[in-house]
Design a protein around this ligand. Structure first.
Ligand code: C2E
Ligand code: MG
Ligand code: MG
Ligand code: MG
Length: 291
């Protein structure tokens, strides 16, 4: 691709269709081996309550450092894995890592929940709830400490298939969240029909709300709608103090974003949690705000 900028020619590398196809093919065929070789890991991004800023839980986000391609973006490889019918393998890996992490916290006396992202294809597996129950049992983690995040468009793609499985998961006590809310085309009213506990406002609105009144209006109406349906409202993409303050003033329940923390590898998350615990212990005496 060529373009001119200030009279100077600029060339951007754009891969051809063939190259994209080959790359996806390699991702898919190499995925299992990548898991075995430790190229795939899970990072965790904290979620804090507003206004107390207490850490409620973390979201598990898959990471793949490929020997040839380097860091792969989950928005690229997750859909490829999904299309190849391997999402069960990916979700199984992330879920297991996440439950091991929660178990360790439980053993330290900490009650921190974990959220795992699901693909709509996970819900095509009728045995999925059974597998989840087995995993919870294996690690001795109560269902209440596990959240599943599903995108709005994912659930609405095939509600007939998704609903019975979601109901089953919900009946087990697992917390269900609608991710990236506001980006789909469905009406807000459909939320009422889903067995969900939590709605996550898509980060595009949260990122835009400081400069765009339309985004601000969307955020405000999701908070109101969520609350009128008795749901916990989470804002993702909280990058600025101002956004957090606005969300807090609106009554948004939970915040997640770079302002609080980026997704962190397990050891860095542990250090982050320890630093915060130490700070909040000191805060009682000094009333210092930490975020
Ligand atoms: P998501 O579940 O909506 O996750 C939020 C994404 O926003 C993450 O990108 C996160 O790193 C990023 N993010 C968090 N805070 C901020 C912020 O303050 N500003 C900005 N600009 N971005 C922020 P990530 O990790 O690249 O993941 C992208 C998507 O890939 C996820 O969106 C999710 O849909 C999918 N994904 C990630 N891990 C998994 C997984 O284990 N399974 C499945 N099925 N999908 C996954
Ligand atoms: Mg998510
Ligand atoms: Mg999201
Ligand atoms: Mg997303």
């Amino acid at each position: 691709v060529r373009a001119t900028r200030g009279g100077e020619e600029v060339r951007a590398y754009v891969p051809s269709m063939g190259q994209i196809f080959l790359r996806r093919f390699q991702m898919v065929t190499q995925f299992r081996q990548a898991l075995e070789e430790g190229q795939v890991s899970v990072h965790y991004q904290p979620k804090v309550s507003l206004p107390s800023r207490q850490v409620l839980g973390v979201e598990a986000l898959v990471r793949w450092v490929h020997p040839e391609f380097g860091k792969l973006d989950p928005d690229e490889f997750v859909p490829a894995i999904e299309a190849a019918g391997l999402i069960g393998v990916l979700t199984g890996f992330v879920l297991e890592q996440a439950l091991i992490r929660v178990r360790k916290w439980m053993d330290e006396g900490l009650r921190i929940s974990v959220a795992v992202n699901l693909s709509v294809r996970n819900l095509s597996d009728l045995d999925f709830p059974k597998k989840v129950v087995e995993a919870l049992r294996r690690f001795g983690v109560p269902a209440e400490l596990l959240t599943f995040e599903l995108t709005e468009s994912g659930v609405m793609a095939d509600p007939q298939k998704a609903l019975p499985i979601l109901r089953e998961l919900h009946a087990l006590g697992i917390v269900l969240a609608v991710d990236d809310f506001g980006t789909g085309y469905s009406s807000l009213a459909y939320l009422r029909q889903l067995p969900v506990d939590e709605v996550k406002i898509d980060k595009s609105f949260v990122l835009g709300m400081g400069t765009d009144l339309g985004d601000l209006a969307v955020v405000r109406s999701i908070v109101e709608l969520g609350h009128s349906l008795g749901l916990t409202v989470v804002a993702e993409g909280v990058e600025e103090d101002i956004a957090r303050d606005q969300l807090e003033a609106m009554g948004c329940d939970v915040a997640q974003g770079y302002l609080i923390s980026r997704p962190l590898a397990e050891d860095r998350l542990e250090a982050w949690l320890q630093a915060r615990t130490a700070r909040s212990a000191g805060r009682q005496a000094e009333t210092v705000l930490t975020l």
